[in-house]
Design a protein around this ligand. Structure first.
Ligand code: HEC
Ligand code: HEC
Length: 304
């Protein structure tokens, strides 16, 4: 590779992008100071962002598709009662995907149908929406995957596609995922105290759940392989959504302290978890060591 080819190429790409933009009728303004750089930056960094908006239930069509959408919705709300063979705890999908998958920053499912297929580092594969649904059955629900040819996963997919209507493929929905927090060093002793005073009245002193709220740890909770078992994910969920009757009232530090306490408590194992992130790109808050990471580390420490 010659020495000038590296800088040359991105420059050529930027010029091409710029001329494409000018050609499509300058529908986007390019600031005058550095048109080449800003055209390239715009093309790289602005996925289409759309409001979180799902169609009303009253618009669900009549006929077999409508029946499937309604049944899929019911499965998310009454997951364990409807699918006892596939759910291994006392959670339901909407325990975390709040408001039937319509709540911002609670990993909303509005638009999710337009975000798959998707590459996921956790299994280093391109995942379909059905793979992703079954990921939550296996981990968040501590259960078993739904058969891909069965009616249940078709109905859940039909509901997810329905609440994703109107969201363009590849778009980002406002409030997608969880709120972004700057990681803070957590203190589980402070977390335990805050848990007892703020959370225990609904989730139980031992995290076992009550009639008011589902379990947070113990045998009836999500397993160690679940996204919610990761510190940053749990902190972000809790910061924005809990306590349920006064969301947003915690500080970031309190959310990290309480989340650290919750994820430090015992919960069901997830056999095979060491095979996650096989390429050694596990996130810093992964809840367990993985083989990929140890291969990665060994390679790095083998330097003389
Ligand atoms: C314990 C909380 C929890 C429960 C219960 C749960 N999920 Fe999830 N779900 C998550 C988290 C956390 C994520 C995303 C972050 C991650 O994967 O680390 C997620 C992501 C998803 C996604 C992808 C969302 C996106 O924007 O890409 C789908 C689809 C999904 N879940 C479906 C389900 C279904 C269906 C159920 C019920 C069978 C369910 N989930 C139950 C926590 C949960
Ligand atoms: C007023 C009662 C209430 C309080 C207080 C409360 N929660 Fe919740 N929490 C809920 C409910 C209800 C849900 C599930 C929503 C559903 O099923 O529709 C939930 C869901 C959750 C979930 C996801 C599901 C699960 O069980 O894993 C987590 C995590 C969570 N709460 C953590 C907390 C933490 C931490 C606190 C304290 C900061 C807290 N909650 C305070 C009622 C409460």
């Amino acid at each position: 590779m010659s020495r000038w080819s590296a800088p040359q190429r991105p420059m050529a790409a930027a010029l091409m992008l710029l001329s494409t933009q000018l050609a499509v009728g300058a529908c986007r303004r390019v600031p005058a100071d550095d048109p080449v750089a800003s055209a390239a930056a715009t093309a790289r960094s602005s996925p289409l962002v759309v409001p979180l908006r799902a169609p009303p239930d009253s618009a669900i069509p009549e006929g077999p598709l409508g029946t499937s959408i309604r049944r899929g919705h019911a499965l998310l709300v009454a997951t364990r009662d409807s699918l006892p063979d596939y759910v291994g705890n006392r959670l339901r999908c909407v325990s975390c995907h709040l408001d039937d998958g319509r709540r911002a920053y609670a990993s909303p499912l509005v638009g999710v149908y337009a975000r798959f297929p998707q590459y996921r580092a956790r299994n280093a594969r391109v995942n379909t929406i059905e793979d992703r649904i079954n990921g939550c059955f296996l981990r968040s629900m501590n259960g078993r995957p739904l058969p891909l040819e069965g009616r249940d996963i078709h109905d859940i997919t039909a509901y997810l596609a329905w609440i994703s209507r109107g969201i363009p493929v590849g778009a980002t929905v406002k409030g997608q995922g969880f709120v972004k927090l700057q990681p803070l060093p957590p203190d589980t002793v402070r977390g335990a105290a805050s848990y007892a005073s703020i959370c225990a009245r609904c989730h139980g002193a031992q995290g076992e759940g009550t009639v008011l709220a589902p379990p947070l740890w113990g045998p009836q909770s999500f397993n160690i392989g679940a996204g919610m078992a990761r510190l940053r994910t749990a902190a972000a969920f809790i910061r924005h959504n809990m306590p349920f009757d006064n969301p947003g009232s915690l500080t970031d530090q309190q959310a990290f302290d309480i989340a650290a306490y919750v994820v430090s408590r015992p919960r069901p194992d997830f056999p095979g978890k060491e095979n996650d992130w096989p390429n050694g790109d596990a996130p810093p808050d992964a809840a367990y060591p993985t083989k990929g990471a140890s291969t990665h580390r060994t390679a790095a420490t083998q330097q003389p």
